[in-house]
Design a protein around this ligand. Structure first.
Ligand code: NAD
Length: 502
């Protein structure tokens, strides 16, 4: 098979929908001549006209030059029949997400294009191995998974099926870089990298909603506080609950109904009720009302509350943050760095960084607070008191968190609160993906940051909080809920053992 270089080869894009047009644009901007074909008559030329309008708008805004746009458009030709595509050396398919349609299309294409023409599919969920089944040259079929909007999103998952020729995957990888993208190799497994690792971001929020532990606005505020661009509820409202639910269901089914991937009744109910999110006017939030925002977390700094005896327990960044705040306020305190918990003791009552266990399991005058993932001042942070805590300690715990620079969000006493559980599960899923050869740790980090704009990659978080801590959170979740959902990835447990835990 050829594939040495695909840099300037003539390209055929099949499917002139949202993705196909974006792919045609990016390829033409990189200098390829592009044939654009769609099964619906007239769709390809309509799409080109539409593209011309949106590129002209970018010229008006000063983001593109008129000359550049003319050149780009001159390279794109809408074709009315696939027979006109014999000269293509690379095909990128972006038609409807149906296995039989894609298979039929590639079979048809094999009769038209040369034997060394690379065939790429932009499928977001169908197995590349399955699409290749039945082709004369299955080795030339590869996944080239773009993200929407194509011209803006940097990530491309280069997906190899069982029969994909490594040279073909390498050629698409190199071409993606020439197109200004960041390619990441992935093995064809359900959800590839991004759609697989991202599942817990939604699932943990949905689980907390199902058990009535917090409101959508609170959960969104906490996730935003950690640096996610959007909370899970507002993001699901934007994606559309029908779409999100069907991706979740597809990943669940493809994993033979592994309970870890089980969809949520909360989301199912929204779908059944037609509350699909922004596009239907209502999902978790009602878009008919003037402003839809995460919980009000306007932050007002307050002085540290009065106390007789203060002790900062444990080591690490949170203990340091507490000690620094007390020292800056001129408060006397002792430190105990040998403790097995991190937090602040206030006259014997405990304000503890979550170790995964609920506060009620730890004692009476205890409150647990969530992992402060960002150093920002005034960020929303979940916390929960023990069910046996006095009203006095509940009020004092919130006041301490506020004085320490957080916007405290009181939730029910659920294990690992919001961020610790979400991050732990993202890391856990990424660890499984690496163990199963889906991607490398670096690939997972790049994919999650560029494909879904996470503030850090899962392995970057792992480096920050170490595997022992993450395993402790997961084991606490597993002990609390039982079942398959929170089982620790073997890769992660091995990593924790390497760090010295039995
Ligand atoms: P779309 O519905 O906007 O466009 C699909 C186009 O394909 C339509 O114009 C349709 O007429 C055409 N088509 C259908 N069958 C055809 C055939 N046999 N031959 C030629 N044209 C045919 O869909 P989209 O959102 O652009 O998605 C296309 C593909 O990209 C799907 O596989 C989807 O899973 C994948 N994808 C979508 C997104 C996204 O966010 N929309 C992101 C990544 C990947």
């Amino acid at each position: 098979m050829m594939t040495a270089k695909l840099n300037e080869v003539p390209l055929l894009v099949v499917g002139a929908g949202v993705m196909g047009v974006g792919i045609a644009q990016v390829a033409a901007q990189a200098g390829h001549t592009v044939m654009l074909y769609d099964a619906r008559e007239g769709a390809a030329s309509e799409a080109k006209t539409q593209l011309a309008k949106s590129l002209d708008a970018l010229v008006t805004k000063g983001k593109l030059t008129a000359q550049g746009v003319t050149q780009t458009l001159s390279r794109i030709e809408a074709i009315a029949s696939l027979d006109a595509a014999a000269a293509a050396r690379l095909v990128v398919e972006a038609v409807v997400e149906q296995l039989d349609v894609k298979r039929r299309l590639f079979t048809q294409l094999e009769a038209i294009v040369a034997a060394d023409c690379v065939l790429a599919s932009n499928t977001s969920s169908i197995s590349i191995t399955a699409i290749a089944n039945g082709l004369q040259h299955p080795g030339r079929l590869v996944g080239m998974h773009f993200f929407n909007p194509v011209p803006l999103m940097k990530l491309i998952e280069v997906v190899s099926g069982l029969q994909t020729d490594p040279a073909v995957a390498a050629a698409i990888f190199d071409l993606s870089k020439v197109w200004g993208k960041v390619p990441v190799h992935a093995r064809s497994t359900p959800g590839f990298i991004v759609n697989r690792i991202a599942r817990p971001f939604y699932a943990e929020t949905l689980a907390l909603l199902q058990e009535q532990a917090a409101t959508p606005a609170m959960l969104d505020a906490c996730l935003r506080g950690a640096g996610f661009r959007m909370g899970a509820c507002e993001l699901m409202d934007l994606i559309g609950h029908d779409t999100n639910f069907s991706v979740t269901s597809a990943v669940y089914e493809a994993n033979f109904y592994d309970k870890r991937f089980a969809p949520s009744r909360v989301q199912r109910e929204l779908v059944d009720g037609g509350l699909l999110g922004r596009k239907s006017g209502r999902g978790f939030y009602d878009y008919a009302v003037a402003s839809v925002k995460a919980a009000n977390t306007a932050f007002e700094p307050t002085p540290l509350p009065a106390a007789q005896a203060l002790c900062v327990w444990g080591v690490g960044p949170v203990a340091e943050r507490l000690a620094t705040a007390l020292a800056q306020a001129g408060r006397a305190f002792v430190r105990d760095e040998n403790s097995d918990w991190v937090g602040l003791a206030v006259d014997g009552a405990q304000l503890r960084l979550t170790d995964g266990r609920p506060a009620s399991q730890l004692g009476a005058e205890v409150a647990v607070f969530d992992l402060p993932l960002s150093k920002g001042v005034g960020i929303a942070l979940a916390w929960a008191p023990s069910s046996r805590a006095s009203d006095g300690w509940c009020a004092a715990a919130a006041a301490w968190l506020q004085a320490l620079g957080f916007s405290p969000q009181r939730m029910a006493d659920a294990p690992a609160l919001v961020l610790a559980r979400t991050v732990a599960m993202l890391i856990n899923e990424a660890a499984d993906a690496v163990q199963q050869g889906v991607c490398t740790p670096q690939g997972a980090d790049a994919a999650m940051k560029l494909g879904v704009n996470y503030p850090s990659g899962p392995f970057e978080w792992l480096a920050q909080w170490d595997a022992r801590t993450v395993v402790r959170w997961l084991d606490a979740l597993d002990a609390h809920y039982r079942g398959e959902r929170y089982r620790v990835s073997p890769w992660l447990r091995q990593r924790a053992w390497q760090e010295g835990v039995q």
